[in-house]
Design a protein around this ligand. Structure first.
Ligand code: GDP
Ligand code: ZN
Length: 311
């Protein structure tokens, strides 16, 4: 392809001034037009997950040097997982741009899954307008019935639950099916098997981590930003986002906490008081649904704890 060819792609990682963009023709190592940086001071100008338009400046070499290019335009973000940039009060640091869903990973044991922690990850997803899938890993350490019981409140709330074992490979096809055609951000406490699952899904990641290839584009050592996106199929990406493994409930509006429990939503607006908090107000539609058994008591207790106690 001649220099100047326009190519679209997705940023998979940043290295200081450089960004790797995955394109239909392979990885393109890009710089960013200065105008983009100047126009985007209040946010991370270019983040993993951003869809971009680039132009090729230097074709790749047969020896494996990557093709080089320039990012000309960043497409508007549909949504993002972000936090407040350190040392600022109004700048957004984007952890991953354009995620379609959050895959909240837990283990059946080692570590034990704590329902409140599951709720926290779900709240992060809901607050960001992301779909959430719960992945329960290490299925080889338990029987499926126990897992079903532990996660019943979340299933009742409508969340899809995929059970996997990164060790024996069970459930990986079902997990792949839920990832199809989306950019999924993996999150969850440490030790549950996120790295193992991501390696099983992405041979590229597995090879990188074991040092088979030094970096996707081979220019020796670079400081990577902490999020890396891996393409695992056509239009299918997984984001390895260490930054949200321990994310606080940043951006969660506790005034609107009830909206973040999807199973409460059909009842909101039906309470006697418009500003009902669903705690002890009379004629509360949410508590009526609880009494009828439509809302799981554990999820209601979780709501009350966050509502009263905050983060
Ligand atoms: P991460 O911290 O969430 O990235 O977790 P890792 O992938 O590093 O895994 C933590 C530990 O759990 C490692 O010792 C893995 O070998 C182990 N592990 C990961 N997946 C499974 C699994 O499906 N079954 C069992 N028994 N152990 C697993
Ligand atoms: Zn109410």
């Amino acid at each position: 392809m001649p220099s100047g060819t326009e190519i679209t792609g997705v940023i998979v990682r940043g290295y200081g001034l450089y960004y790797d963009v995955t394109t239909p023709h392979g990885i393109l190592r890009c710089t960013l037009r200065g105008t983009i940086k100047r126009e985007r001071r209040k946010t991370t100008p270019a983040a993993p997950g951003d869809r971009v338009r680039t132009t090729l400046t230097t074709p790749g070499t047969p020896e494996g040097e990557p093709a080089e290019g320039v990012i000309e335009e960043i497409m508007p973000r549909t949504r993002s997982l972000s936090r407040l940039a350190r040392g600022t009060t109004d700048s957004e640091q984007v952890i991953v741009a354009n995620p379609d869903q959050l895959v909240a990973v837990f283990a059946v044991h080692e570590p034990e899954p704590h329902p409140r922690l599951v709720d926290r990850f779900l709240l992060i997803a809901e607050a960001r307008g992301l779909e959430a899938v719960i992945c329960v890993n290490k299925l080889d350490l338990a029987n499926k019935g126990d897992v079903e019981r532990t996660f019943a409140p979340f299933r009742m709330a409508g969340y899809p639950i995929v059970t996997t074992s990164a060790h024996d490979g069970s459930g990986l096809d079902a997990l792949r099916a839920t990832l199809q055609g989306k950019l999924s951000a993996f999150a969850g406490p440490s030790g549950v098997g996120k790295s193992s699952l991501l390696n099983a899904l992405s041979p590229e990641r597995a090879a990188e981590k074991t040092g088979e290839i030094s970096s996707a584009t081979g220019k020796g050592k670079h400081t990577t930003t902490w999020t890396t996106v891996f393409q695992i199929g056509p239009d299918t990406y997984v984001a390895d986002t260490p930054g949200i493994r321990a994310l606080q409930l940043w951006g969660v509006d506790f005034e609107e906490l009830d909206r973040l429990y999807p199973e409460f939503r059909p009842y909101l607006g039906a309470c006697h008081y418009d500003d009902c908090r669903h705690l002890n107000e009379p004629d509360c539609a949410v508590r009526a649904a609880l009494d009828e058994g439509v809302i799981h008591p554990d999820r209601y207790a979780s709501y009350c704890a966050f509502k009263v106690g905050g983060d």
